[in-house]
Design a protein around this ligand. Structure first.
Ligand SMILES: Cc1cc2nc3c(=O)[nH]c(=O)nc-3n(C[C@H](O)[C@H](O)[C@H](O)COP(=O)(O)OP(=O)(O)OC[C@H]3O[C@@H](n4cnc5c(N)ncnc54)[C@H](O)[C@@H]3O)c2cc1C
Length: 467
């Protein structure tokens, strides 16, 4: 890679009228995300920082930034809300951090949202609701996450029980991006092609516009349902997810003890020792849920509006917010993400028998190919890095698919193998490898295969743990 000429690049960007910040404090703050969520990434990425931040206000300004950085061989890492928790938006090789904070224009149409990438998802949900509609999917970080960051870095969230995750091709209609070349080009993707650039951490184009499906709004009520144990809670959650007459937006399942210890504002309403199911249910179908719960021997312990105190919305105790709440009470908590198979209750029992309280189980339920499936986001008691790596190895040997949240690359986190479509698209859109370098192993090593216990870090410069 030709050496980046940072100073000339900054001068050219300022001369072009691009808002630019290069004071060390703000640059360092905007070079970080929720990487510290992982004790491993916290150590590995502590020193990472960009050289300057730009905040383009229009697609034309994004084009100017990309052309100027290309001309000066300066890497560009896009940043939305900076809530990614795998270091996705951290500039591993320094250079330019491109903030999308000023790119927030959006339009709501019937059944369709057209938006720039920097719009905060809570603002989009509010705008949709003003027109009687709602977002199809959002992460539990909706309050600060941007839509561009969700599409480029996220995977699923509230809405998954009905619509599956972002991999479901129906959940993104169109994606427009700019390439990283001497003269950046606009490329528009639709249908299956959106996956060339969706969940690609911004390594193969800067998204400047998105078109997403939106749906008629429902009035959602968060409820917490108590059951005798984890197994009963899982079976109940899966059964509710499969009911045609109960409309849900989110179903989370927690083993006994998690809620009492970590959901501080809810715990006064809960019964100790119960497995818990958190459900966003439409007001219209709440009576059907109540009837079903009674028939199953489940008890509704809490529903929104019941407390005089402010309690967090249900999504802020589910998805990755469960981990956040646990870390606040027990700082030695970390987590894993894994897919369960056809009999989640039996698999959960097997894990509990093997790992006990080292792994406390929390699930989010999602619909995949029409079937309700359990994604586990277990809270793990952290002892040291070696044990965490060992747990991943043991779980994989036991047949679980682990999406390792302690890795900074696309392949090691989720894909497990190079995504050849995304790689081919990167060759087309970023021929010099300047976009978010270090995040796609296949760019440096197309033949890469995962090796247990070894981490690919900072691109070609280091392989941690290599002999
Ligand atoms: C407590 C907590 C809970 C979470 N819950 C969820 C959850 O429920 N579901 C979920 O999927 N994730 C979750 N996350 C992860 C994260 O919050 C979401 O994925 C969020 O949508 C990321 O949005 P962001 O704007 O913060 O993106 P950032 O962190 O800023 O960026 C994410 C990635 O997208 C890239 N990017 C951003 N904008 C663009 C663009 N315009 N063009 C190209 N690339 C771009 C960045 O370079 C980076 O690689 C959670 C994280 C935390 C800390």
């Amino acid at each position: 890679m030709t050496r980046p000429d940072i100073e000339s690049c900054k001068t050219a960007l300022r001369a072009a009228g691009i808002p630019l910040e290069d004071a060390a404090g703000p640059v360092q703050r905007k070079s970080r995300d929720f990487y510290w969520y992982s004790p491993i990434l916290k150590r590995q990425l502590a020193e990472v920082t960009g050289d300057f931040i730009v905040s383009p206000r229009t697609e034309d300004e994004v084009r100017t930034v990309l052309a100027t950085c290309y001309a000066h061989s300066v890497p560009v890492t896009v940043r939305g809300g900076g809530t990614g928790n795998y270091g996705q938006s951290m500039p591993l090789k320094g250079g330019c951090v491109l903030s999308t904070a000023e790119l927030t224009r959006h339009e709501i149409h019937q059944g369709r949202l057209v938006t720039e990438p920097g719009a905060v998802m809570a603002d989009l949900e509010t705008a949709c609701r003003a027109k009687g509609q709602e977002l199809r999917l959002f992460p539990s970080t909706i309050a600060t996450a941007t839509i561009g960051g969700f599409i480029a870095g996220g995977s699923s969230g509230v809405g998954a029980i009905r619509w599956g995750g972002l991999r479901n091709p129906a959940n993104i209609l169109k994606l427009r991006l700019l390439t990283m070349e001497a003269e950046p080009r606009v490329i528009e993707l639709d249908g299956h092609d959106v996956h060339k650039a969706a969940h690609a951490y911004g390594v193969n184009g800067v998204i400047t516009r998105l078109e997403l499906p939106i749906d008629p709004a429902s009035d959602w009520i968060g409820v917490l349902v108590g059951l005798p144990d984890l197994s009963a809670a899982l079976r109940f959650g899966l059964a509710v997810g499969g009911q045609d007459d109960i409309l849900c937006r989110m179903i989370s399942v927690f083993e006994p003890g998690i809620a009492e210890r970590y959901f501080l504002r809810h715990r006064a309403f809960l019964t100790e020792g119960e497995g818990l199911v958190g459900i966003y249910v439409s007001r219209q179908t709440l009576p059907a849920l109540e009837t079903f719960a009674t028939a199953q021997g489940a008890a509704i312990r809490f529903r929104d509006g019941q407390s005089e105190q402010r309690v967090p919305p249900l999504y802020e105790i589910g998805w990755n917010h469960t981990t956040l709440r646990a870390m606040k009470v027990d700082p030695d908590t970390t987590y894993l993400q894994m897919m369960f198979g056809d009999d989640p209750a039996a698999e959960a029992a097997r894990l509990k028998a093997r790992f006990g309280d080292e792994m406390r189980l929390h699930f989010e339920l999602t619909r995949i190919m029409g079937k309700v499936r359990a994604v586990a986001m277990p809270l793990v008691k952290y002892t040291d890095e070696a044990r965490l790596e060992e747990l991943v190895t043991l779980l994989e040997a036991d047949g679980f698919t682990v999406f390792n949240p302690h890795r900074v690359t696309l392949e090691e986190g989720g894909m497990k193998a190079p995504d050849l479509d995304q790689l081919a698209f990167k060759r087309e859109t970023d021929p010099r490898g300047l976009l978010n370098p270090g995040k796609m192993i296949a760019w440096e090593d197309p033949d890469w295969v995962p090796v247990a216990g070894r981490t690919y870090l900072f691109g070609e410069t280091a392989r941690e743990g290599a002999e």
